[in-house]
Design a protein around this ligand. Structure first.
Ligand code: PEP
Ligand code: MN
Length: 337
């Protein structure tokens, strides 16, 4: 931590700041410049609340050097984390495509869509059986019946599956059917759920909360990592801004920012980020160009009748077009789909 002191700080105040820092367990290095004194406080305390120093008399500014997240940071692990799911390796040079409907609606629906996405080259089938809906009157998902259909469709077409778990009490049930747990945006800071997912041995994909900073998102990953589960990936799905032309604002810059700060794979979800079908392909191209390790795309065979998120679901022919385009972009940056 770096502490910049006010110009012409009195000796008493300086001694008081140093004493406080030492009481908190730091070793102090003092640099006296022409105008100011700067203190370096040495000691790894990722949880230290820097406001305790900022409020002291004579302190002008305080800067943290070490990240508050440890296990998720690039400093902790230099190499990219690889998350193995069967013969897939998320975080490698292969960009993994996850696709499927927003929700599992029927056996026939998920079987049809699984066949479509497999045909175009997707590797993981998505579909929620438990839906976090803004309105309690909207379709809430088929529950265990939906999980069964999803697993059955994955097995039939040789696809791994991912589905959302909304509360700790659902973890055992969802684990029976899924390969990857999806933690929804609305649950990114559900700390009891994060902790319980940290005790499981299946990969977890954490969607970014719609008003979460990148640091807060990485702290959520830290909860799972610190609880023992090292199979964590992040998913950028758009954040809330003042812009209303799209459902959310796709923060593509989060992809290279995370890659610099963390070793965890980043998946991009242009479907929820834009909320509009014709914006999904261009944003998918952009996400791949920005370095996403995977894409999550909503696809529906009959989106006009979808029970949730129909307007953002790609038609089968559009999904196949998306695959063709992102393959070309991947090649340009030395990766493959
Ligand atoms: C979803 O993936 O269908 C979903 C509900 O996503 P999010 O949590 O990002 O809103
Ligand atoms: Mn959805």
């Amino acid at each position: 931590m770096i502490i910049v002191l006010e110009k012409r700080i009195s000796d008493d105040k300086l001694e008081e700041v140093i004493k406080r820092l030492e009481d908190y367990g730091f070793t102090i290095h003092r640099s006296t410049g022409e105008e100011r004194i700067v203190l370096g406080a040495i000691g790894i305390q990722p949880n230290f609340d820097i406001r305790k120093i900022r409020i002291l008399d004579g302190v002008s500014a305080v800067y943290r050097i070490t990240e508050p997240f440890r296990l998720a940071s690039r400093d902790y692990q230099k190499e990219n984390s690889l998350i193995k799911i069967g013969d897939l390796s998320l975080g490698s040079d292969e960009i993994i495509i996850i696709a499927g409907p927003c929700a599992v609606e029927s056996e026939e629906q998920i079987m049809t869509i699984a066949g479509i996405i497999k045909n175009s080259g997707a590797k993981i089938l998505r579909g929620c059986a438990f839906k976090p809906r803004t309105s309690p009157y909207s379709f809430q998902g088929l529950g265990e019946e939906g999980l069964k259909y999803l697993r059955q469709a994955g097995d039939e077409f040789g696809l791994a599956v991912i589905t959302e778990v909304m509360e700790p009490a659902q973890i055992d049930l969802v684990a029976k059917y899924t390969d990857i747990f999806q933690l929804g945006a609305r649950n990114m800071q559900n700390f009891p759920l994060l902790r319980e997912l940290g005790k499981t041995s299946k990969p977890v994909m954490i969607k970014r909360g719609m008003s979460a900073t990148i640091d807060e998102w990485l702290m959520s990953a830290e909860y799972i990592l610190a609880s023992g589960n090292r199979e964590v990936m992040l998913c950028e799905r758009g954040i809330r801004t003042f812009e209303t032309s799209t459902r959310n604002t796709f923060d593509i810059s989060a992809i290279p920012v995370i890659h610099k700060q963390s070793h965890l794979p980043v998946i991009a979800d242009p479907s929820h980020a834009t909320g509009i079908r014709d914006k999904v392909i261009p944003m998918a191209r952009a996400a791949v160009a920005a370095g996403a390790d995977g894409l999550m795309i909503e696809v529906h065979n009959d989106p006009a009748k979808a029970l949730s998120d129909g307007p953002q679901a790609l038609l089968p022919v559009q999904f196949s077009e998306l695959m063709d385009q992102v393959k070309k972009i991947a090649e340009v940056i030395g990766r493959r789909v």
